[in-house]
Structures are given as C-alpha cells and as structure tokens.
Design a protein around this ligand. Structure first.
Ligand code: 5AD
Ligand code: SF4
Length: 443
C-alpha cells in the first residue's frame, strides 16, 4: 500500500493556474498524496507560479525563503511549477537552494516521474518541455469538482504583445481537440458541475479540430455544450479584440441563454500610438466597433478589461486617450497595472521608460475612474431581481455568496443549503465589490 503523504499547493496568478493546480492534485492522488490547507504539515509543496509582472515572480522567492522543516522535522519536497519555472529554469535552483523540482506549465503531467528522481537523490530535477497535447492526455477529472469549474480549451499565445512574457512561458497557441474537451465537459457536468468557464490565454483564437477534421470556433463549441442538460451557465476568458471576427460568437451571445452576458476584453491602452508600439494589432476604433457589435447582439452585456499605464513612450495625451476610452465604453469591472519590464520581451529593452512616480499617479487616476464606473454599474441593480448561482459560504454565519450573470458577488442570508443552486435574488444594497440581496420565493 502507498504511504499517505500531504500535498500543499500555493497558487499565484490567473485562472489557468487554478485549473492546472487542480489537475496536479488529481494526478498526485493515486500516488498517495492528499491535499491539505496547512503548509506546516506538508510532505510536498508546490508553488504554481506567475511571471506576468515582476512583483508576481519575486513573491515566489520570498515564499521559498519561508519554507521550513515540517511538523515531523523533515524538509518537504519543494516544486516550483508554472510560468516563473518556465522563464527562469535553472536560475531558481541557484537562488533558492531548497527547491527540488522545477517544472514548466506544459510538463507537469510528468510530476510523478520527477518525484521518483528526487527519491533517487537526483539534484536539480527539471522539466521545461513544451508538449501541450500529452499533458492533457495524461490528466484525469477531479473527483468532486466545484459547481463552477474551469475547462482549459486553448493554451499559449502567438500574438507577442511587446510587453508580455506569456508567449515565452506558455508557448505557441494550441487548441485542444473537440472530442476531448466535449468529453471533459460531459464528465464535469455528470459530476454536478453547473457552470463551466472555458479557459485559454487567447480563448477567442480557439480553433479545435472535430472528429471529421472540421475546424470549430469558440462560438460553435459554446453552442454545443449549451445543449447539455444539467449545464446552466457558460463563460469564457481571456479574449483578444483582434480575434473577435467570427460571427458564431456574436450569435451565441444573442441566442444562448446559458452564455452569461459578461465579456473580459483587454484593450491595454486607449491610444493608437501606444497600441501600435505594444504590437496589439488593432486600433481604438476597432475596439469600439467590437464593443458595439456585442451590444447589438446582447444589449445587457457587461464588459471588463485590462489596462497597462506607464508603458514606455506613454505621454499625458496617450493617457488621456485611455481615460477617454474608459468613459466611452463604461466598464463593469477592470484590472489595471503599472507597466513592469519583463526580461526577454521587446519593450524591456526600450530606453524611454516612464518614471515610477508618473506611473503611480496615472494608475491612481485610472483606478479612481474605474472604481466609480464599477460602483455605478452595481448600483443600477438596487431594487431589481437577478439570478444568482451560489458557490460558497460567506464570512459570517448564514451568509452565502454567489455570482450574478455579470460576475458580481452577491451576498444573501439563508439557513438552507443552496450552494450549487441558482435562485432569484432581490437586490437591496450595492457596494464596490458586492451586492446584497434577499432570496425571493418565486423560483
Ligand atoms: N506589465 C504590466 N502588466 C502586464 N500585463 C501583461 N504583461 C504586463 C507587463 N509587462 C497585464 C496585461 C494583461 C494582464 C494579464 O496582465 O494587462 O492583459
Ligand atoms: Fe500576452 Fe498579448 Fe498574448 Fe495576451 S495576447 S497573452 S497580452 S502576448
């Protein structure tokens, strides 16, 4: 019999890392590992890392510095997985002596073999291969997936925005095959999953091969899984404006009730000059056209975006253009960041870097505007009823938290176990980060 071992996984970064971490947990279960929440009892620690900004990757080293012997007085096996592993490789062993394995995001299915090597006292065990397909072949479904689950259908990126490390850490754009992802969707739904979020670094570039070699689009696949009984909600993220040229996606938004009216569509900047120097390959007018087209197909659709401020060469006028774009679109929620030079990317080599204090001032101005839009968006629902899918207990007793169709957190009080259910909620209050409401009796 396998001896029982404790696994602790710390997740950084995006939803793709959440999905990958769950897959690692499943992969290691048959090898005797069970997931724990307390690092101090761990036999194996995996840090699933993010490399998108300097802060994110530096956090990993400070976490590595904190790892001590476990409660049995034994040093846990330490794995650095994910995008920082891919980007920094061997450097990680040099900077953090307690690391046993460095494994990239496309090779974690080899973890059992890599752990065997550590057992045989091998040092600096590393796997940074890019073999996307076999990664998905080897990995099973979770035993008890959450009611709302992720499903990766696409990985990698061929767009090479000049600021971004993703094309180097996640590799080429790759779409999984239709029969494989359809089977995974059916499997999740048969285990009680009600909401699926389709994931990809460029999910809108998805072009999956079907059984008869036909290439299928994201819109096609969404319609296909919406036919499955038991599935109640579908979302997808992250999209690139340039890919939004396939009508099947717009039609899916118009016709498919299960497809939620929310779209994360990063634009990064509102200045054509900066968009060009970022290599985004679209203009601000093209972005407006896409937004209009979505609104024509689904009038209540809500948008979110990512913004970078202080990109090299960004003038006051360029920044004003970004503020103007935000005002014209009107967002439900957004992420915004100061530009962070990433080693190896074209922009990191540019001399004309914006001073740190200018970046901070611009970020504060942009975030003020985004916050006011978010609050205004949330407040419009006071006095209205919304369908909310409940997914976890709140901080206080009787509190249950769910998500609205527009991805807002909605808090209610209830004595019933409604986790996993969709209920109509009458909204009574709205703050910046959540809505408060009461379950109505007319479900
Ligand atoms: N600096 C700051 N933000 C970045 N992002 C990607 N690379 C960088 C960088 N070098 C942001 C982009 C992207 C989001 C995931 O992270 O806005 O959409
Ligand atoms: Fe990075 Fe641009 Fe690819 Fe998005 S589209 S992952 S920002 S390179």
């Amino acid at each position: 019999m396998q001896s029982k071992k404790n696994l602790y996984i710390k997740i950084y970064g995006c939803q793709m890392n959440v999905y990958d971490s769950l897959k690692m947990e499943n992969l290691l279960k048959p090898h005797g590992f069970s997931l724990i929440q307390d690092e101090k009892n761990a036999d194996l620690i995996i840090l699933n890392t993010c490399h998108i900004r300097e802060k994110a990757s530096e956090k990993v080293y400070s976490e590595l510095g904190k790892i001590k012997k476990n409660n049995l007085g034994v040093k846990p096996t330490v794995v650095v997985a994910g995008c920082t592993a891919q980007a920094e490789g061997e450097q990680i062993f040099k900077r953090a002596k307690n690391v046993d394995i460095v494994v990239g995001p496309q090779s974690y299915h080899n973890l059992p073999k890599l752990l065997e090597k550590v057992k045989r006292q091998e040092k600096w065990v590393m796997d940074l291969d890019f073999d996307e397909e076999s990664k998905f072949d080897e990995i099973n479904l979770p035993e008890n997936p959450r009611h709302s689950s992720f499903l990766t259908i696409q990985e990698g990126c061929d767009k090479f925005c000049h600021f971004c490390c993703v094309p180097y850490t996640r590799g080429k754009e790759y779409s999984r095959k239709i029969p494989d992802i359809y089977r995974e969707a059916i499997g999740l739904i048969s285990k009680g999953v009600k909401e699926i979020t389709l994931l990809g670094q460029n999910v809108s570039a998805f072009h999956g091969i079907d059984q008869d070699d036909t290439i299928r689009s994201l819109g096609w696949f969404i319609k296909k899984i919406c036919e499955i009984d038991g599935l109640k909600r579908v979302r997808y993220t992250t999209s690139h404006p340039k890919d939004m040229i396939n009508d099947e996606l717009f039609i899916a938004h118009a016709e498919e009730e299960k497809l939620m009216p929310f779209l994360h569509l990063p634009v990064q900047s509102g200045s054509d000059k900066i968009l060009k120097s970022m290599n985004r390959d679209h203009t601000r007018d093209f972005y407006f056209e896409i937004i209009d087209k979505f609104r024509k197909h689904r009038p209540d659709i809500a948008f979110s975006s990512d913004f970078i401020v202080g990109y090299p060469g960004e003038s006051d006028k360029d920044f004003e253009d970004t503020l103007d774009l935000v005002k014209q679109v009107g967002y439900a929620q957004c992420y915004s960041f100061k530009y962070s030079p990433r080693p190896g990317t074209p922009t990191s080599m540019v001399e004309d870097q914006v001073p740190e204090e200018v970046k901070s001032t611009r970020l504060a101005i942009l975030q003020d505007l985004l916050r006011s839009q978010q609050l205004e968006f949330n407040k419009q629902f006071i006095g209205k009823d919304m369908d909310v899918m409940f997914d976890k207990a709140g901080k206080y007793s009787r509190q249950i938290i769910g998500k609205s169709p527009y991805l807002q957190s909605v808090i209610v009080e209830s004595d019933d176990n409604i986790i996993g259910e969709i209920k109509k909620v009458h909204i009574t209050e709205a703050g910046l980060n959540s809505l408060i409401g009461e379950i109505t009796n007319c479900n």
